[in-house]
Structures are given as C-alpha cells and as structure tokens.
Design a protein around this ligand. Structure first.
Ligand code: C5P
Length: 234
C-alpha cells in the first residue's frame, strides 16, 4: 500500500496558494495537495488546473451531498479536471455514492479515486443524537457508513486515524483510509480534538494523512512536510 502525505492548502486565494507551493518547487517529487471548498469556491476549477500543471497530485475535497442524479452530473463535470482523489458524504446514501462513481467514470473506464466522508470529526455523539436523531454509537455509524461506501464500489473513506484499523478490519486492507487530525508531538492542536502524530497514524494503519496547519503555518513548511514524510512514508 502506498502512503502519502497530503498538504491541506486551506488558503483564501490563488495567489497565496501558488506562493506557498512555490517553496516546494525544488522538490523532484511534488507533494500531494488538497484543494477544499474555500479555495475552490474562490478561484474555480482553474485553480485545480494550475496546481496540477505544477506537477502536484490533487485531492479535490468538495464533499458532494445531493440527490443521486445531481451528484452524478456534478461528478461528470469534475471528472474532466482529472484529479487524483475526490469525495462525497456517505450520509447521501448508497445510491448517491453509486451515482457519483458512475458520473466520475469516463467512457474509457478510467476515473479518479473516490472516497466518502463518514462522520465529520466535528460531529460527536451528543450532536448526532440531538440534531440527527441517530442513537447508535458513533464508531458503529462510521463503520456502517464505511461498509456502504465499500459496497457502492468506492475506494475508501475519510476518518480519524483512531478508526483506521477498525475500518480496515471491516472493509479490507486495500480500502483506503484518508485521515486528518495530524499534529507533531509538541504541536498546537488548534480546533482538532482527537489528534495523532504522523508516526502513530502510520502505526494505526492510515494510508494517506491530510496535514494542514502543522505544515502551512510552520516557520519552514518544506522542513515540516519533510518531517511528515520521514515519520509517515519511510
Ligand atoms: O489544519 P489541519 O491539519 O487541522 O487541517 C485538516 C484538514 O482536514 C482541513 O482541511 C479540514 O477541513 C480537513 N478535515 C478534517 N476532518 C474531517 C474532514 C476533513 O479536519 N473529518
């Protein structure tokens, strides 16, 4: 299984993003980059093309969640951007995920990898019971959503590194676990609650880690990225 460190480029505009990525220009292997809603809604699909043109693999984190037909059509549009990884909310249900996969698949059968967000890490048991009227244990919900994603034909899910082993146990070792909530041992947690180091995420079985502020806000982002690679990939 390939391990990757994905840098979450949570910047407000293209100029800041491209300035940040320029620091990585000397690296022969360009880091995997996550483009989320903030940047995509500000700059549009052209941002994805520009980042790809610099040689970075791209995870387009737009978390689609709508009726199956709309998601299918939206994924067909996104398929033309030829990103490496794209996602939906598993909460949209199995038929929505199947429609997403269908829309993403090009006539020649090729497609980006498709993963599903199970429960957001900002959701806890109390919120789930109060606002969503779901009374099962959170971990059981995550595992059940992961199984739905797998049976819909998706490649993996987004989850906490703390859930990665259970997800692999239920859905197989090949099913990708993409995990945010990563901090260096001495780092500031910010708003993340359940965090692990890159080394522990590897030990727990994460396939890809998504790292934002520990790299983007570091005094030396290239060094911080290198440290993640040393701990997680090698
Ligand atoms: O700065 P930080 O390392 O906390 O960034 C984590 C990234 O992962 C952010 O882009 C955040 O939106 C994303 N994410 C998350 N938890 C999820 C899904 C995505 O933190 N469940």
């Amino acid at each position: 299984m390939n391990h990757h460190v994905i840098i979450a480029c949570d910047f407000a505009d293209g100029r800041t993003t491209l300035g940040f990525l320029n620091r990585f220009a000397p690296l022969s292997q360009k880091p995997f980059v996550k483009i989320g809603m903030e940047l995509f809604y500000a700059e549009g699909p052209d941002m994805v093309r520009r980042v790809k043109a610099l040689g970075h693999p791209v995870f387009l984190d737009l978390k689609l969640h709508d009726i199956p037909n709309t998601v299918k059509k939206a994924m067909a549009s996104l398929s033309r951007l030829d990103v490496d990884l794209v996602n939906v909310h598993a909460g949209g249900g199995r038929s929505m995920m199947e429609a997403a996969l269908e829309g993403l698949t090009r006539p020649d059968g090729s497609r980006s990898k498709l993963i599903a967000v199970t429960m957001l890490t900002s959701t806890d048991q109390a919120m789930m019971e109060r606002d969503l009227l779901i009374e099962k244990p959170l971990e059981e919900v995550v595992l059940s959503y992961a199984e739905n994603a797998k049976s819909a034909g998706l490649d993996g899910i987004v989850c906490s590194p703390l859930e990665a082993a259970a997800v692999h146990g239920r859905c197989g070792q090949e099913f990708l676990t993409v995990t945010p909530g990563i901090r260096f041992a001495e780092g500031d947690k910010g708003d993340q609650k359940r965090v692990t180091t890159p080394a522990l995420a590897k030990e727990l079985g994460s396939d890809y880690i998504v790292v934002g502020r520990p790299i983007t806000q570091a005094a030396d982002p290239v060094e911080a990225y290198g440290r993640c690679v040393r701990e997680f990939v090698r």
